[in-house]
Design a protein around this ligand. Structure first.
Ligand SMILES: Nc1nc2c(ncn2[C@@H]2O[C@H](COP(=O)(O)OP(=O)(O)OP(=O)(O)O)[C@@H](O)[C@H]2O)c(=O)[nH]1
Ligand SMILES: [Mg+2]
Length: 424
C-alpha cells in the first residue's frame, strides 16, 4: 500500500501517466476487501482511462464522486416473515441494540409487529431496516403486497422463518425477483433447535448433523413450493458469530452495488475477528483513495493542498474510527460494565483512547519527511504539500490499525468473560 502511494507520487511529479494508469487497477484489486470495494468496475476503468490520457484532475473528480456517493448513500432493508419468526430480533441484532434498549424493535412471545415499522440504525441514520409483518395473515395478498409496502425503495429483502417457509414466502420471493430486487432466506432460532435435539437425544446428538438436517429440510421445502435453487442462511439472532450469519454478511456485501457496500460494512456489528477485518479493509481503501486524491492535487500548479494537518480534525477522525468499531465513549462504558471494570481499567489494555499518545509518534513525521524527499527529489517541487499528505496518510493508517486491534482485544475479553459467567 505504501509502495504504491510513493510510486504514485513519483510518477505524478514526473508526469509519467502511463505508469500511473498501469499500476492503478492491479494495486486497487489487491488492496480492497474480499467482498469488493467502493469503486464500481465502470468507475475504475474510467479512472484508468483518465490516467492514461494524463487527465489527473478528471481521475480525482471520479474518486471524489465515488467517495461522496459512498458517504451519502441511503440503504433500506426490508425484513419480512410470519409472526414470531424473529424479524424484530434480527433487526435489533443488525442494529447492535438489545431488545430492552430504548429504540429497539419490540420482540416477544405474543404477536408484536402489526404494521410496517422503520428502524433507523442508531449510528448510521441513513440506513433503515423495515419490519414488514403480514405474510402469515389471512389478509396477505401476494399480488398487491409489494405495491402496498412500497417495494421500490428497498435495496433488498430478507425473508425470515423459524420453521418451514410458507407458500406465501415463496410467492413473495417470486414477486420480488420479478421486480428485479434481491431476496435472501434466513432460518432463525437454530440455537433453539440444537438445544432441543441435544436435550431429547443426548446420546446420538451431533451438532453438524442437526444443522444439515435443518438446511436440507428448508431446501426441500422451498423447492417444493417452487423456489428454484434457494439460498438459505441458518442464524441465531442471539449469537451472530455462529452458524451462517458471517456468510450472509459477505453475500450481502458482495451483492450490493459498490457505493452501498461501504456503509453496510461499517454498520455490521463487530462480533468476530473476520467482521473487524472487513471494516478495516473498507476504511483502508478509503484512506488510500483520499491519499491518491491528495497526491494528484499536490502536483497541480497553484492548487492549494486540500488535506492539511489539523489536530482537531485528526482527533475527530480517530473518534470516527472508534465509532465504526464500536469503541465510542458510550460503547466503551458498556464494555467496561460487561467486563466488570472501569474506563481506567479498559485503558490498560487498549491504546486508541489516548489521542495525544498516538499523534505525538515522531516516527510518523520522520517517515513522511523521508518519503516526501525521496518522491520530490526528481523535480524538487511540492515537497511540503507531499509531506503533509503523507503525514496524514500514515497517521490515519496508524489510527485505523490501533482501533481495529483494540476492537479485537475487547471482543476477546468480552467473549471470555461471557463464557466464564455461563460456566459458573
Ligand atoms: N432462541 C431464539 N429465540 C429467538 C430468536 N429470534 C427471536 N427469538 C425469540 O422469538 C420470539 C419472537 O421474536 P420476535 O423478534 O418478536 O419475532 P417477530 O417476527 O418480530 O414477531 P411479530 O412481531 O409478532 O411478527 C421472541 O421471544 C424472541 O426472543 C433466535 O434466533 N433464537
Ligand atoms: Mg416483530
Amino acid at each position: 500500500m505504501d509502495q504504491y502511494i510513493l510510486a504514485f507520487l513519483k510518477n505524478s511529479s514526473i508526469k509519467n501517466f502511463q505508469h500511473l494508469a498501469n499500476d492503478f487497477m492491479p494495486h486497487y484489486s489487491t488492496l480492497i476487501s474480499k467482498v469488493g470495494g467502493i469503486l464500481s468496475p465502470e468507475t475504475l476503468s474510467n479512472i484508468q482511462k483518465d490516467l492514461q490520457e494524463g487527465k489527473l484532475n478528471d481521475a480525482v473528480d471520479k474518486i471524489q464522486e465515488s467517495l461522496a456517493a459512498a458517504e451519502n448513500c441511503i440503504l433500506e432493508v426490508a425484513v419480512i416473515g410470519e409472526s414470531g419468526t424473529g424479524k424484530s430480533s434480527f433487526i435489533n441484532a443488525l442494529r447492535g441494540v438489545s431488545s430492552e434498549e430504548e429504540g429497539a424493535a419490540n420482540t416477544g412471545v405474543v404477536e408484536t409487529t402489526m404494521e410496517k415499522t422503520p428502524y433507523q440504525h442508531p449510528k448510521y441514520p441513513k440506513v433503515t431496516f423495515w419490519d414488514l409483518p403480514g405474510t402469515g395473515t389471512p389478509n396477505f395478498l401476494p399480488d398487491t403486497y409489494l405495491e402496498t409496502v412500497g417495494f421500490t425503495s428497498y435495496d433488498f429483502f430478507i425473508i425470515i422463518s423459524s420453521s418451514r417457509f410458507s407458500f406465501n414466502d415463496a410467492l413473495l420471493a417470486q414477486k420480488i425477483k420479478e421486480e428485479g430486487k434481491k431476496f435472501y432466506f434466513v432460518r432463525t432460532k437454530v440455537d433453539n433447535d440444537l438445544y432441543n435435539e441435544e436435550v431429547t437425544k443426548p446420546k446420538s446428538f451431533k451438532r453438524e448433523r442437526v444443522l444439515q438436517q435443518i438446511r436440507d429440510n428448508c431446501l426441500a421445502n422451498l423447492s417444493n413450493i417452487g423456489v428454484p435453487e434457494p439460498c438459505i442462511f441458518l442464524v441465531s439472532n442471539f449469537n451472530l458469530d455462529n452458524f451462517d450469519f458471517p456468510i450472509l454478511q459477505e453475500t450481502l456485501l458482495k451483492d450490493l452495488p459498490a457505493h452501498k457496500r461501504h456503509i453496510f460494512a461499517l454498520l455490521l456489528p463487530t462480533f468476530s475477528d473476520a467482521s473487524i477485518e472487513i471494516k478495516r479493509d473498507f476504511l483502508k481503501e478509503k484512506i488510500w483513495l483520499d491519499a491518491v486524491k491528495s497526491a494528484s492535487l499536490a502536483f497541480v500548479p497553484f492548487m492549494p493542498i486540500i488535506y492539511g494537518f489539523d489536530l482537531p480534525e485528526q482527533e475527530k477522525c480517530l473518534k470516527v474510527y472508534r465509532k465504526h468499531f464500536g469503541l465510542d465513549d458510550m460503547s466503551i462504558e458498556e464494555i467496561a460494565e460487561k467486563l466488570g471494570t472501569s474506563i481506567q481499567g479498559i485503558k490498560t489494555y487498549i491504546k486508541s483512547l489516548d489521542f495525544w499518545q498516538l499523534v505525538k509518534d515522531d516516527s510518523i513525521a520522520a517517515k513522511a519527511r523521508s518519503c516526501a524527499e525521496c518522491c520530490c527529489s526528481v523535480n524538487g517541487g511540492a515537497i511540503s504539500a507531499v509531506f503533509q499528505l503523507l503525514k496524514v496518510y500514515f497517521l490515519h493508517l496508524k489510527f485505523l490499525d490501533t482501533v481495529a486491534n483494540d476492537a479485537k482485544i475487547l471482543l476477546h475479553k468480552t467473549l471470555k468473560r461471557a463464557g466464564d459467567v455461563a460456566q459458573r
